[in-house]
Write a protein that binds this ligand. Structure first.
Ligand code: NAD
Length: 278
């Protein structure tokens, strides 16, 4: 797939991986439509990225908001050929995280992807052209302590993406999908609570949650630059690759250790530091 002259819709596009990918897509000649829940960061990004970029404040957990991103792409640039379902938030440990927090994480990380698929895939199929990129994580390839809700959401994104791949291959109508599974990337993901609904904010004051957030900040800040991820996303779209493994060694090791565990071996030891460098 060529990027020049196409239009890419990017959710979570006001910061981190989404913003870096918007810059890369613009460099390669695409127009970009950014969707994000943070209006100030979004305005700043759109202002900085120039006339081939427009933005809309959206909550990806709301179906109608994601549909409005498609409509904006049609209005501003005459259509859309790529959707990057990337908006996401961190969660909490498997033990002790209130159901309302699980719902928030699943709403953004899973419903956001489902809403992107529903809004764009039938549209792409009708036109016989399109590419979907869904953001999962290494946390979608193996369980990690203190990240139960996040792992659940990212395993779901990997599963949805694999199913979509097979459906699109059977449809054979010029539409494909990639799944992005990074390790740690230096972004503001460890401050995800900035976008939490107000009524959930007290949850962040619990000492156990503060400790998890402290560790998350340390490993995320040691992660790779978002521009590396952006390059990998662009290359996957251009090369029509399914897996985007920015931390390939760790992704493969995680999967091998899991397979050995299934075959009766010991459970894998988890070393978060291993997932910082590609
Ligand atoms: N940074 C990492 O280490 C890492 C690793 C693996 C996967 N990821 C995934 O990468 C994706 C991007 O995260 P990032 O690391 O760039 O973090 P980030 O916090 O810098 O960016 C996430 C963006 O999503 C937006 N957002 C949050 N909730 C939203 C909602 N309901 N609707 C619309 N926008 C919303 C935020 O405002 C923000 O701009 C996420 O899906 C995350 O889970 C990140």
């Amino acid at each position: 797939m060529e990027l020049a002259g196409t239009t890419a819709v990017i959710t979570g596009g006001a910061s981190g991986i989404g913003l870096a990918t918007a810059k890369r897509f613009l460099e390669l000649g695409a127009n970009v439509v950014l969707g994000d829940i943070e209006p100030d960061a979004l305005d700043e990004a759109v202002g900085a990225l120039g006339p081939r970029c427009v933005g809309l404040a959206v909550d990806v957990a709301k179906e109608e908001d994601v549909i409005s991103l498609r409509e904006l792409a049609i209005e501003a640039f005459g259509g859309a050929q790529i959707v990057f379902n990337n908006a996401g938030v961190g969660g909490g440990p498997t033990i002790g995280t209130p159901k309302a927090v699980w719902d928030w994480v699943m709403g953004v990380n899973v419903d956001g992807v489902v809403n992107g698929i529903n809004a764009f895939v039938p549209y792409f199929l009708e036109r016989g052209q399109g590419w979907v990129v869904n953001t999962a994580s290494l946390a979608g390839l193996g369980g990690v302590p203190d990240m139960g809700a996040y792992c659940a959401s990212k395993f779901a994104v990997v599963g949805i993406s694999e199913s979509l791949h097979h459906e699109l291959a059977l449809a054979s109508r010029g539409v494909g999908v990639s799944v992005l599974c990074p390790g740690f990337v230096s972004t503001r993901i460890f401050e995800s609570q900035r976008n939490m609904p107000d009524e959930l904010r007290d949850y962040n004051d619990a000492p156990s949650v503060r400790e998890v957030n402290r560790i998350a900040e340390k490993v995320v800040k040691a992660g790779i630059d978002p521009s590396e991820v952006a390059n990998a996303v662009a290359n996957a779209v251009l090369g029509e690759h399914f897996w985007i493994l920015t931390h390939e060694r760790t992704a493969l090791k995680t999967t091998e250790l899991r397979l050995a565990w299934m075959r009766g071996g010991p459970p894998p030891g988890i070393d978060l530091e291993r997932a910082t460098k590609s």
